[in-house]
Write a protein that binds this ligand. Structure first.
Ligand code: UDP
Length: 493
């Protein structure tokens, strides 16, 4: 008897933090069950150099390997005009929405030769749920952020009522509680959330980003299931509180990581990357602190100078990734041509031998090196999972998106991180040198309990993917759900 075949299609927000885990999940699924093959629909944004390097590498990878994952680059569309949006999420959401006809065409073409079992959207491509509904294809959500934040999104409509009643617009442009005792209760967090850790788009209630947060959250409930890149042992409270009747079932299948990481596709400056690894080879175990602020993170001159002073005062060995702030509102950070100019005079000479300053770095490779003893991170979820996988404790320095909430969860709920700040964001007070120095001392020389927990979570993060591990079982349930639904549809025909 011929084996059933299941073709699944993915469409992701074209950013590293969303697209890479989506691609890795499609690989994980198709490797796990040979009945599945996947097609990833790629949205192109010409300005995003790093993302384009990644997507160009995907076609080569697909042609060289035995992979069951294919890639279709969608035709480009006109971006929304600047009168149509107020925030970068507004821009992204409208821009993605404009791809609907191309997505419909691509899936219809696929469906003419094979049966399409599912469309997976991600946290910001929810307008494609319309396409799935039009074509009668079951739609699922692939969520690349933690279960705690998924719960926040699902709870947002209820929270909006409280935000309207208990908060006022402050002069900083962010809303502030009418009373300092006001707490936010979100079921996926075991502790009340301080309003200061909410995403900026939610705190700027009068901008379109807030509308889009609500709109995406509303649409999550229209899907048949939500796949989350997390695992039960990491977020037990959050995952348990998501099994509420009326919500789509949640499948924690992580940690899904790109273990080869950027070294496979960001080959510019390969020599420089090799020299970083050679330098790490010469450092004692767990002696180097690594600082990196994500694919979209870049701090301004005054903040960079405070970090430099703090590093120098602390005396720790360091590897520090610095990126130049984006030139245009919608661009991503780039590489400095002369980084010395933004650092205190003589910093690079004084710290030669003690530390290295670099631009885009092969983060996973760095985190896997035994010389790394701590990670000052912006708390993007992929970075957290990578750090846990390699057993490296984090000191939290969130910058954008949901990172403040991730930092809160890591430090206050899970005990897996050391606090530098939980609520830093653009426009915050500077983290001054002394504050960083104190954080580094706790990260590198204190907090044995945090280090022990991180070591324990490292081994759990590997076990869950093995046979009978919680994420492996969850993937099996998802496969059962997708294949069962298709079998059911076939019987009905
Ligand atoms: N990354 C990297 N080098 C850098 C910055 C980031 O390899 O210099 C990778 C990092 O390993 C992670 C991803 O980019 O896999 C960033 O995802 P995350 O969710 O942590 O943050 P985002 O960039 O989405 O804010």
């Amino acid at each position: 008897m011929a084996m059933d075949k299941y073709e699944v299609v993915f469409i992701s927000n074209p950013l590293i933090g969303n697209l890479v885990p989506t691609v890795e999940f499609s690989r994980h699924l198709t490797r796990h069950d040979p009945r599945f093959s996947a097609t990833i629909l790629i949205i192109t944004v010409h300005e995003r150099i790093i993302v384009n390097l990644y997507t160009q590498s995907l076609a080569t990878a697909a042609s060289h390997s035995q992979s069951h994952v294919n890639f279709i680059h969608l035709p480009t569309v006109q971006p929304p005009t600047r009168y149509q949006y107020q925030s970068s999420l507004g821009y992204t959401s409208l821009f993605i929405d404009k791809h609907k006809p191309h997505v419909k065409h691509a899936i219809s073409t696929l469906a003419s030769t094979t049966s399409v079992a599912a469309l997976f959207v991600d946290m910001f491509t929810t307008s494609m749920i319309d396409v799935a509904q039009d074509l009668g294809i079951p739609c699922y959500l692939f969520f690349a952020s933690p279960a705690s934040f998924l719960g926040f999104m699902l709870h947002l409509p209820a929270l909006a009522t409280q935000l309207a009643a208990d908060f006022v617009d402050s002069h900083s442009g962010l809303i502030a509680p009418k009373d300092s005792a006001i707490e936010l209760i979100v079921p996926t967090f075991s502790k009340p959330l301080p309003p200061s850790v909410l995403p900026s788009s939610v705190l700027k209630r009068n901008k379109d980003g807030y509308f889009w947060y609500l709109e995406h959250a509303r649409r999550y409930t229209e899907t048949m299931g939500i796949v989350v890149n997390t695992f039960l042992e990491l977020e037990p409270h959050a995952i348990a509180s998501l099994s509420i009747s009326g919500l789509p079932p949640v499948y924690p299948v992580g940690p899904i990581l790109d273990h080869a990481g950027a070294s496979q596709w960001h080959t510019d400056g390969a020599q420089l990357h090799d020299s970083i690894m050679e330098w790490l080879d010469q450092q004692p175990p767990s002696s180097v602190v690594f600082l990196c602020f994500g694919s979209m993170g870049s701090l301004k001159g005054p903040q960079l100078r405070e970090i430099a002073i703090g590093l120098e005062r602390s005396g720790y060995r360091f590897l520090w990734s610095i990126r130049e702030p984006p030139k245009g509102k919608l661009d991503l950070p780039g590489e400095y041509t002369n980084v010395e100019a933004v650092l205190p005079a003589g910093f690079l000479d004084r710290t030669a031998g003690l530390g290295l300053v670099c631009g885009w770095v092969h983060q996973v490779r760095v985190l896997s090196h035994q010389a790394i003893g701590g990670f000052v991170s912006h708390c993007g979820w992929n970075s957290i999972l990578e750090s846990v996988w390699h057993g490296v404790p984090i000191a939290t320095w969130p910058v954008y998106a949901e990172q403040q909430m991730n930092a809160f969860e890591l430090v206050k709920e899970l005990g897996l991180g050391v606090e530098i700040r939980l609520d830093y964001r653009e426009g915050s007070d500077l983290v001054v040198a002394e504050e960083l120095e104190r954080g580094l001392r706790r990260l590198m020389d204190g907090e044995d309990e945090v280090k022990a927990k991180v070591r324990e979570m490292k081994s759990k993060s590997r076990m869950v993917l093995m046979k009978n591990g919680s994420s492996c079982k969850s993937l099996a349930s998802l496969i059962q759900e997708i294949s069962g639904r298709i079998q059911g549809l076939k019987k009905d025909c």
